[in-house]
Design a protein around this ligand. Structure first.
Ligand code: PHE
Length: 451
């Protein structure tokens, strides 16, 4: 039976709300705050934002629906899902790319999440309540270039991720963010409102929302927008296939997909409204790089009376948001190994989690002791991120789109998606067949200068 894992029955979500919250927990994470702000900053702001939105609407949401549909129908992990729905066909390559992406992304995600954990503890002890004598920027640099501290925090974060996945999808994953995500949303909105009073509102908002049209000529901005859309929606690697597979047949998928995509995008935009006015108010470069949020946020908290408490709450919630995303990454690999090798959940989680921790160490060292090692002029961490987010995820997404569009019977796909034989259902298949694949391929071709 394909809905059994060895002798253990497959898990199921406790409720419909539980599934949506878990999918949202996967989507909303460091990608919305840390990655979104620095990639937007590096790619010039508004033009990037428009491309990112277009990628979400034209490519992201249809593929998100494809992932939910595949997962719920096949009731298996990424690899198993392709094998169940299309036995002995090459589509399964998409599944293997997904498992590989889980390893790569979580390896560096654990490093960044370790930084947030470090900041959280610094707010707990009061160290960051006022600016260190060398300034927040230098403080951040000293920390991330240290040969061992960031690795210790990465280790602790990975330990937490392993613990949650061990408890299993229902108790561990479903409950983690039920309360914390709404609190994070409220805090972000309040901080965004506050940030607008800091004196950089006009510049910040212009940067975010008023495009510099010449930026549209730069092919890198398209690839960056595509990669950010995939990364932020947890798309293209089967995280949402895996989560969809713990779903029973009664759920309605389209509503869940729209809610996840809009909430995720809203989080990113609000985070942008929180960060960019402050970036200009405090005279930070928008293209500062991966540390942008880690340098800007403490400045914001520093300017608030008792802002240390706000910083404490903020980094606590950010750790939690990162944790629910990391859990979905680890779950992709763990679900595969449990089924494929009949491992117990406990064994699979600990072994895979430890391997991923080890894989992340070079990313961390690459910012300090190993900074002389670069790949195409990028640090190890940036290269891993680029490879996974801008290449693997879009290729995985391309395979998923083509599979549902061409590899699967059209009326069955429409029925399984809950769209049924409706206009939207046909439009969805049309996008998966033509629009999304062509857009992804064109963006790739332009990035390598062929279009
Ligand atoms: N979407 C998550 C975030 O924004 C990261 C993630 C990517 C999670 C891919 C799962 C799969 O932080």
């Amino acid at each position: 039976m394909n809905n059994q894992l060895g002798n253990q029955p497959r898990e199921q979500w406790g409720s419909r709300l539980g599934f949506i919250l878990a999918a949202m927990g996967s989507a909303v994470g460091l990608g919305n705050i840390w990655r979104f702000s620095y990639v937007t900053g590096e790619n010039g702001g508004a033009a990037f934002l428009i491309i990112y939105f277009l990628c979400i609407i034209l490519i992201g949401i249809p593929i998100l629906m494809a992932e939910f549909t595949i997962g719920r129908r096949a009731q298996s992990d990424v690899v198993g899902s392709f094998q169940t729905l299309a036995p002995r066909k090459p589509w399964v390559i998409g599944g293997f790319i997904g498992v590989a992406s889980a390893f790569i992304i979580l390896s560096f995600y654990g490093v960044i999440a370790g930084w947030t954990l470090f900041y959280f503890t610094n707010y707990l002890t009061g160290t960051l309540w006022s600016a260190p004598s060398e300034g927040y920027g230098a403080y951040f640099d000293t920390f991330i270039t240290h040969p061992t501290y960031p690795i210790i925090w990465q280790f602790i974060f990975m330990g937490l991720t392993i613990a949650v996945v061990l408890i299993g999808v229902k108790n561990g994953i479903e409950k983690t963010n039920k309360i914390l995500m709404p609190i994070l949303a409220v805090l972000l909105i309040v901080l965004a409102g506050y940030s607008l009073t800091l004196g950089g509102a006009k510049e910040g908002l212009l940067f975010l929302f008023s495009p510099d049209w010449s930026a549209f000529k730069n092919p890198e901005v398209y690839l960056a927008g595509l990669g950010q859309a995939f990364f932020s929606l947890s798309l293209g690697m089967g995280a949402l296939i895996t989560y969809g597979s713990y779903l029973s047949k009664e759920e309605k998928l389209p509503g869940a997909a729209y809610s996840v995509a809009s909430l995720d995008t809203l989080f990113a935009v609000i985070a942008g409204i929180m960060i960019f006015p402050a970036v200009f108010a405090f005279g930070i470069e928008p293209g500062y790089g991966a540390g942008l949020a880690f340098v800007t946020l403490p400045d914001i908290f520093d300017s608030i009376a008792l802002g240390g408490l706000v910083g404490l709450a903020f980094f606590f919630l950010l750790v939690a948001a990162g944790l629910s995303s990391a859990v979905s990454l680890l779950e992709v690999a763990v679900a595969y190994f449990i089924r494929r090798f009949s491992w117990s959940r406990r064994f699979a989680t600990i072994v895979i989690g430890s391997i991923i921790f080890l894989l992340g160490i070079p990313s961390s060292l690459g910012l300090g002791a190993w900074s002389h090692i670069t790949i195409f002029n990028k640090s190890i961490l940036d290269s891993m991120d680029f490879l996974a987010s801008n290449i693997f995820l879009p290729i995985g997404g391309l395979i998923i789109a083509l599979f549902v569009g061409w590899g699967w019977n059209k009326s069955e796909a429409m029925k399984e998606s809950d769209f049924g034989d409706t206009f939207i259902g046909h439009l969805w298949i049309f996008i998966l067949r033509f629009i999304a694949p062509i857009a992804i391929v064109l963006i790739f071709l332009s990035a390598i200068g062929l279009f």
